[in-house]
Ligand binder design. Structure first.
Ligand code: FES
Length: 154
């Protein structure tokens, strides 16, 4: 069931759009902000609130890579795997993340600190290799910079 707070925030978004379905991504992100991820139950609840089918809400959720349909760590790393980053050291960064955190794509570190996900071009090709941690973009990743960066996230 959606919490009173979640419902209130979704209702506030509904005032801004002409139809309920237009609020789908916002509703998913509201629930995710409160719970960390979006469960099947939450998809059903959002669908009911927006007069959509659960399949329609799930289609939006799974299309948009910033909506997490499984639990994630306290921080999510989006590692760019597009061409400029491939050329400039994506493989080295990925290997360093695997060695340091013990995880591959789709996995969460044992301490619950990081989840690692692939991402298409982050628009920082001139600073490749690049990744995002949560909402912050980091580029020019070399081994020292990457190590120092990971230390900043608890
Ligand atoms: S290819 Fe990685 S930021 Fe563009």
């Amino acid at each position: 069931m959606l919490s009173a707070e979640e419902r209130e925030e979704i209702e506030a978004e509904l005032q801004r759009y002409p139809d309920r379905q237009a609020v789908c991504i916002d509703a998913l992100l509201i629930v995710q902000r409160h719970r960390g991820w979006v469960s099947d139950e939450a998809v059903r609840d959002i669908a009911e609130a927006l007069a959509m089918s659960p399949a329609e809400v799930d289609a939006v959720a799974t299309f948009y890579n910033r909506v997490f349909r499984r639990p994630v760590g306290r921080h999510v790393i989006f590692l760019c795997d597009s061409v400029s980053c491939w050329i400039m050291g994506y493989g080295r960064v990925r290997a360093q993340l695997a060695a340091r955190l013990g995880i591959g794509f789709g996995e969460t570190s044992a301490d619950g600190r990081f989840t690692l996900l692939p991402a298409p071009c982050l628009g920082a090709c001139d600073h490749a290799p690049a990744m995002m941690i949560d909402d912050t973009l980091h580029g020019d990743l070399d081994p020292e910079r990457l190590d120092a960066l990971l230390d900043r996230y608890s």
